[in-house]
Design a protein around this ligand. Structure first.
Ligand SMILES: NC(=O)c1ccc[n+]([C@@H]2O[C@H](COP(=O)([O-])OP(=O)(O)OC[C@H]3O[C@@H](n4cnc5c(N)ncnc54)[C@H](OP(=O)(O)O)[C@@H]3O)[C@@H](O)[C@H]2O)c1
Length: 292
C-alpha cells in the first residue's frame, strides 16, 4: 500500500492516478477539507491545483502533515509514502512512518535545495525536509523538480477578466515540468527497485519565457493572449497578499537576483521513465478546461 500526501494537489493527484492505473494499492491523504489556511512552514507556488475526483478503488484517509499523531491511521499498513516538504516536525512524521512499517519515502523537494542556501526560506525548508528524510533510516528518493507547468493556473483569474497576462520575471527562462512527469518518476521510484538513495533533479523538455508560455496557452485556447512583464514592486505587492514576506523574498532571490538557474533542459525524466518529458503545449491541452 502506498500513501500519497498532497493527493488533491498537482503532483499527488497525478501520482494517485498513475499508481491506480498501474493496479497498485494506493491511499490518498487529505486533510478532509478544502485547503484554506496557509501552511505554517511551507509555500506552494501554485495557487490553484488540478483538482479532481480519485479513481475507483483508491482509499482516502485523513491526516495533517503538521501533526504526526494525526498520521497514524493513514500510515498503518503502508509500505511506501509520497511526502511533501516543509511541514512541522518532519522527523516526527518519518518516525511514525517507520513504526508503521513504511520502507521507502519519496520526497517532493525542489531544485533550489541543491544550493544549500539556508538563508533562502524556500531552499531552507526543502533542505531541512531532505535532511529529515536522509536521516530517517528509511530508503528514500528525493525529487528536485524545476518550476511546474501548473503554475500557469495562477493566470486563471486574469484570463477570466481579459486577454492580458501580467507576470514577473519576463526574461527568466525556466524548463518548466509537467507534474505528470514528476508523478511518473515518483511512481517508478515507489514501485520498482533501483531508485533508493537517489536524488533526481527534474526538468521539462525546453526552457521557456513566461511570454512564450502565454503564447502557447493562447494558441491552445484559441484566444489572442498578450503577455506583459510585471514591474517588481507590483509583483512584490501582489505576492505579499498571498504568502509571507520571507517567501516573497525567496522568489525574488531566485528569479530576480538570479540565484536559481532552471533554464537548462535535463535528461532525467527520459533516463528514469524511458520517454521524454511532456511539453507545455500538451499540459495546456490537458488543462484547457481550467481556463475556460
Ligand atoms: N510550484 C512549483 O513550481 C514548485 C517547484 C518545485 C517544488 N515545488 C514543491 O511542490 C509543492 C506543491 O506541490 P503541488 O503543486 O502538487 O501541491 P498543490 O497543488 O499546491 O497542493 C498542495 C497539497 O498539499 C496538501 N496539504 C497542504 N497542507 C497539508 C497538511 N498540513 N497536511 C497534509 N497535506 C497538506 C493539500 O491537501 P489538502 O487537500 O488537504 O488541502 C494539497 O493536496 C510546493 O509546496 C513545493 O514544495 C513546487
Amino acid at each position: 500500500m502506498i500513501l500519497v500526501a498532497g493527493a488533491t494537489g498537482n503532483v499527488g493527484g497525478e501520482l494517485v492516478r498513475a499508481l491506480a492505473a498501474a493496479g497498485e494499492p494506493v491511499r490518498a491523504l487529505t486533510r478532509g477539507q478544502a485547503p484554506q489556511a496557509p501552511r505554517t512552514s511551507q509555500v506552494s507556488a501554485s495557487a490553484f491545483s488540478a483538482r479532481g475526483t480519485f479513481p475507483p478503488r483508491v482509499e482516502t484517509v485523513t491526516g495533517d502533515l503538521n501533526d504526526p499523531d494525526s498520521m497514524r491511521d493513514a500510515l498503518t499498513g503502508a509500505t511506501g509514502m509520497f511526502l511533501l516538504s516543509g511541514y512541522q516536525n518532519m522527523p516526527g512524521t518519518l518516525a511514525q512512518a517507520n513504526r508503521a512499517g513504511v520502507r521507502h519515502i519519496v520526497l517532493l523537494s525542489g531544485s533550489s535545495a541543491g544550493s544549500g542556501d539556508m538563508s533562502n526560506a524556500i531552499s531552507r525548508y526543502m533542505i531541512e525536509s531532505e535532511t529529515a528524510v536522509r536521516e530517517s533510516g528509511l530508503a528514500w528518493t528525493i525529487l528536485r523538480p524545476f518550476g511546474f507547468m501548473s503554475n500557469a493556473l495562477q493566470w486563471v483569474p486574469q484570463l477570466r477578466g481579459g486577454d492580458v497576462v501580467r507576470a514577473p520575471w519576463a526574461t527568466v527562462r525556466v524548463a518548466v515540468i509537467d507534474p505528470y512527469d514528476i508523478a511518473a518518476v515518483a511512481a517508478l521510484a515507489l514501485t520498482s527497485g533501483g531508485h533508493e538513495d537517489q536524488c533526481y533533479t527534474l526538468s521539462g523538455p525546453e526552457p521557456m519565457l513566461p511570454g512564450e508560455r502565454v503564447r502557447v496557452l493562447g494558441e491552445v485556447l484559441g484566444r489572442d493572449l498578450r503577455f506583459e512583464g510585471q514591474p517588481d514592486d507590483e509583483a512584490r505587492a501582489e505576492m505579499s497578499k498571498a504568502m509571507p514576506a520571507r517567501y516573497v523574498e525567496a522568489f525574488f532571490s531566485f528569479y530576480g537576483d538570479g540565484t536559481l538557474d532552471e533554464s537548462r533542459a535535463l535528461p532525467t525524466v527520459r533516463d528514469v521513465t524511458g520517454r521524454p518529458p511532456r511539453t507545455f503545449r500538451r499540459w495546456a491541452r490537458e488543462h484547457a478546461g481550467a481556463f475556460r
